[in-house]
Design a protein around this ligand. Structure first.
Ligand code: PMV
Length: 369
């Protein structure tokens, strides 16, 4: 596939008005994406678990308008108008316009809500951008279906729909392209994963051991404040970063190493690889110029407690980190009872206001009727 494949032959905007709703989940990377080229092309491949509970629900209401120079849209979060979200969506529309030629022909009302608290330090960009991309591709699909009298059209099949939604979501926020489907999604071209591409996320195509089914992710909300350094700035600091080329190569190598681990169910090897990825991500931040630290003292307290408990109990508890201070505690479903007990008795004390979210692997976005 190339970018051009996402531009359909011209079709008329048959729908005058209406609305579509989609819910789309967040995701947590195991091998991290950090560093990008022009047009949101990743510097290295990544793989993530799609989450189940942390999601954004978006309703897109559209009304045909006189086509003119400007995009016309309003944005609401939990029923409240959010003009401060508009610049990001304006940029998103500019980036995707050549793939969705109808964007200037409608007025859009975008109503969105998250299942996780807005100020939780959990980025809503992956779930939010993917939910919006899905609503927009839905509008294109419905116009095209009407034009062709609802006959099955080869290039608007489910596969194409998901690829286009992922492709567009990527242009909103890179990691958002991994939120359309589940349960393991690869984004970024790498030789060891057949079908992988820089343009959109693809389902991990190889065998996955039972140990990794329903894998649990308890998110410990260590710091719910706004990050001091945004992901955009962080990605850019990988340009001219002294360790960048080694890091990008390491991500390719780690994806290759993960294949036999996922197949055999080797939990110890999984833990080593995933924790090393998380700490490497933060090491890249600390060795950028300017350098920065997103972990907080409680992030380190939690990591140390996890390591001690793992050693003492022999259980397969591990952690990963996003670009923030929160800790994702990962563990297999069959060890959930004991590990959750440990989390509640030993780790929740390090969370801001004792807040945490119990999540697990999910299977992707859904249309809401
Ligand atoms: O999608 P962005 O630009 O917010 O970048 C996200 C990067 C990490 O969350 C740190 C890693 C990843 O692969 O999700």
């Amino acid at each position: 596939m190339t970018e051009q494949d996402f531009i359909l032959l011209p079709y008329p905007n048959i729908l005058e008005e209406g609305n579509f709703s989609w819910e789309s989940p967040s995701n947590i990377a195991l091998v991290k994406y950090w560093g990008k080229k022009k047009d949101q092309i990743p510097e290295n491949p990544s793989i993530s678990f799609t989450l189940n509970e942390c999601k954004t629900i978006t309703t897109l209401t559209f009304t045909k308008k006189e086509s003119n120079k400007d995009f016309s849209f309003e944005v609401y979060l939990d029923g409240n108008k959010k003009d401060d979200f508009k610049p990001k969506i304006q940029t998103f529309f500019e980036r995707i316009e050549s793939y969705l030629p109808f964007l200037r022909d409608y007025h859009f009302k975008i109503e969105t809500k998250n299942t996780f608290p807005h100020s939780s330090g959990i980025a809503s960009s992956a779930s939010g951008m993917s939910a919006l991309a899905l609503c927009l591709v839905e509008l294109e699909k419905q116009n095209v279906y009407r034009f062709f009298n609802f006959q099955a059209i080869e290039n608007i099949d489910l596969n194409f729909f998901n690829q286009k939604a992922s492709f567009l979501a990527r242009l909103g926020s890179g990691s958002a392209c991994r939120s359309i489907e589940g349960d393991l999604i690869v984004w970024g071209k790498t030789d060891s994963i057949e079908g992988s591409t820089d343009l959109f996320g693809v389902k991990y195509p190889y065998k996955v051991h039972q140990n990794f089914k329903n894998y649990q992710d308890t998110i410990l909300l260590v710091d719910k404040g706004e990050k001091q350094v945004s992901s955009t700035v962080g990605h850019n600091l990988m340009h001219n970063h002294p360790y960048a080329q080694n890091r990008f190569q390491q991500a390719h190598n780690n994806l290759e190493k993960l294949k036999p681990i996922l197949e055999s169910g080797d939990l110890n090897a999984f833990i080593k690889l995933v924790e090393s990825e998380a700490l490497t991500l933060h090491a890249m931040m600390m060795t950028s110029m300017p350098y920065f630290i997103l972990m907080k003292p409680n992030t380190l307290e939690i990591i140390n407690k996890i390591w001690r408990f793992r050693q003492d109990s022999g259980l397969h508890i591990s952690f990963t980190l996003d670009a923030g201070a929160n800790v994702h505690v990962l563990y297999p479903e069959n060890e959930a009872t004991q590990i959750l007990e440990f989390i509640k008795s030993e780790l929740v004390a390090y969370c801001q206001n004792g807040h945490y979210i119990c999540d697990q692997i999910g299977f992707g976005a859904k249309k809401i009727d």
